[in-house]
Design a protein around this ligand. Structure first.
Ligand code: KMH
Ligand code: ZN
Length: 279
């Protein structure tokens, strides 16, 4: 597949599982807030949405009925590629995380190993990674491999070598950089991780957590990568300047991309890039 190198996939990760609504009332946690966010981010240039949902008390949830309702609403109200998080929160049991695929998303995140996550542990033992991967192949859901560390890149070689290519045949990864416990959000780390990616990788994006967001975005743009941004990853535009809406983060990277002579790809182009199943 020939992909125009000037095109940029922008993924928005609007909510995450770590920030509380009390601490950040502008975080989209209800379905209507999520849909409104998705629509504004799509208009700003996003083509994929990485989704974590919340319950009625705004707590992280992996309830399958609620996830299904969310996928359906996002498909009805936007053209975005809908990616559900299988990472959930650090407190979610592995068996609940496997059930996320029952909600039939276009794509799912798939983290390639266990990571210290601040004071917590984000658990992804090999057996779980392998089970989730095989389930994604069976259900024809395109995984996005989340790489928090160089060791995760190595694990991706092992996974593809053992179980073959994902559904659709494309291999898309996201470098998640700057998590306390993972690789730092620096240009040097990004270059090292990209150099170590398996040959089978057809596209990659990067996201820098917190203060590393801009450094990682600029490094990824200059290396020809794609970008993920959103309030899951950063809550300020600058020191002391809170993000008021996820669309601001999308608009900012679209501006950076313009300077780098990259144009946001459409949702259809993203479906082609990732080989998402036609519905
Ligand atoms: N919430 C983190 C523990 C993912 O979505 O797949 C994991 C996470 C990764 O956000
Ligand atoms: Zn996530």
């Amino acid at each position: 597949m020939n992909v125009d190198p000037t095109k940029l996939l922008v993924t928005v990760a609007p909510t995450g599982a770590e920030t509380s609504k009390d601490d950040c009332p502008q975080l989209p946690t209800t379905l209507s807030e999520l849909v409104e966010t998705a629509q504004r981010c799509e208009a700003a240039g996003a083509a994929m949405i990485h989704v974590h949902i919340r319950d009625d008390q705004h707590r992280p949830s992996l309830d399958v009925a609620r996830l299904t309702e969310t996928v359906d609403a996002l498909h009805a109200e936007t053209d975005l590629v809908v990616q559900l998080s299988t990472g959930g929160s650090v407190h979610d049991p592995l068996e609940n995380r496997l059930k996320v695929l029952d909600a039939q998303p276009d794509s799912c995140s798939l983290t390639m190993g266990t990571t210290n996550f601040g004071d917590d542990v984000f658990l992804n033992p090999w057996g779980f990674v392998a089970d989730l991967y095989q389930l994604s192949q069976e259900r024809e859901v395109v995984p996005e491999f989340e790489l928090f560390d160089l060791g995760h890149v190595h694990a991706l070689h092992r996974l593809l070598g053992t179980y073959g290519l994902p559904y659709g045949g494309r291999v898309h990864c996201d470098l998640v950089m700057g998590v306390p416990g993972g690789m730092p959000g620096t240009t040097d780390a990004l270059v090292a991780a990209v150099a170590a990616l398996p040959d089978a990788v057809t596209s990659w994006s990067a996201t820098g957590i917190g203060r590393s967001t801009l450094a990682v975005a600029l490094a990824a743009l200059s290396k020809g990568g794609h970008l993920r941004v959103g309030m899951e990853d950063v809550l300020t535009l600058a020191k002391g300047v809170p993000v008021l809406h996820n669309a601001q983060l999308v608009e900012r990277v679209v501006q950076l991309a313009k300077i780098a002579q990259r144009t946001p790809m459409s949702c259809d182009e993203a479906r082609g890039l990732l080989a998402i199943k036609r519905r």
